[in-house]
Design a protein around this ligand. Structure first.
Ligand SMILES: Nc1nc2c(ncn2[C@@H]2O[C@H](COP(=O)(O)OP(=O)(O)O)[C@@H](O)[C@H]2O)c(=O)[nH]1
Ligand SMILES: Nc1ncnc2c1ncn2[C@@H]1O[C@H](COP(=O)(O)OP(=O)(O)O)[C@@H](O)[C@H]1O
Length: 208
């Protein structure tokens, strides 16, 4: 059986560039997969059901919660968002490194359940630049942008609890930093696990 993969929690305020940074890495790193979340928000133009999200109604979402099928979930700006458990478990068992692109409340839920998960937070170079990116992306109404920017203030206050902070100023630099953070996280957790096994093995022989 292949070695279990690394779970990666990947957060940052709406419009900071999470998708922009991660997309090309998913295309070039065959061992890295993105968990497709479920949401009750409406699809944006160009978004495909089952690819960008599983777009479902509130009743269906609540049925999945009640059935214990969500690894984590939250309500964000009036809609449910959550991570279906089965896909994540299957891919980790198959040895893939699985990225959860989720906001901070979901991130904290997963961190409590899986303390070994690697946590990466993407920061904007400034709040003004975040506002500019969100507004010029043009996918949300002015009211929705205001709600997302209000949520962003709270989300940024959680950043210090993450293992790595990537500042998305220049895209290629930030993408390299994200790749390094994922690589370092995988290596660190492997070294730490090897060390635990090694120390416990020698503890046994010391006793004998
Ligand atoms: N907790 C949680 N948050 C999610 C999930 N999927 C997406 N999100 C977060 O929900 C927020 C809104 O996502 P979305 O409406 O797609 O906007 P975008 O991130 O600006 O493109 C973002 O912070 C996402 O990272 C999920 O499964 N669980
Ligand atoms: N480093 C960057 N410099 C300038 N614009 C960027 C940068 N990264 C992303 N963007 C732009 O910001 C907007 C939001 O990016 P997106 O990846 O959709 O954010 P998120 O997935 O975090 O909501 C997009 O229009 C994208 O082209």
């Amino acid at each position: 059986m292949s070695k279990r993969g690394q779970l990666v929690i990947y957060s940052g305020p709406s419009g900071v560039g999470k998708g922009t940074l991660l997309g090309p890495l998913l295309a070039t790193e065959p061992g890295l997969v993105l968990s497709v979340s479920a949401t009750t928000r409406a699809p944006r133009e160009g978004e495909v059901d089952g690819v960008h999200y599983h777009f479902i109604c509130r009743e269906e979402f609540e049925r999945l919660i009640a059935g214990g099928e969500m690894l984590e979930y939250t309500e964000y700006n009036g809609n449910y968002y959550g991570t279906p458990k089965k896909f994540v478990e299957q891919r980790l068992d198959a040895g893939y490194h699985v990225v959860l692109e989720i906001e901070v409340d979901g991130a904290m839920q997963v961190h409590r359940l899986c303390p070994d998960a690697l946590m990466i937070f993407v920061m904007p170079p400034s709040f003004e630049e975040l506002r500019h990116r969100l507004v010029t992306r043009g996918t949300e109404s002015p009211e929705q942008c205001a709600g997302r920017l209000a949520a962003a203030v709270r989300e940024i206050s959680f950043a210090a609890q993450y293992d790595f902070i990537v500042i998305n100023d220049e895209i290629e630099t930030a993408r390299q930093q994200l790749l390094c953070a994922i690589g370092a996280g995988k290596m660190l957790s492997r070294i730490q696990k090897n060390k635990i096994e090694e120390v416990l093995y020698h503890a046994q022989t010391c006793h004998d």
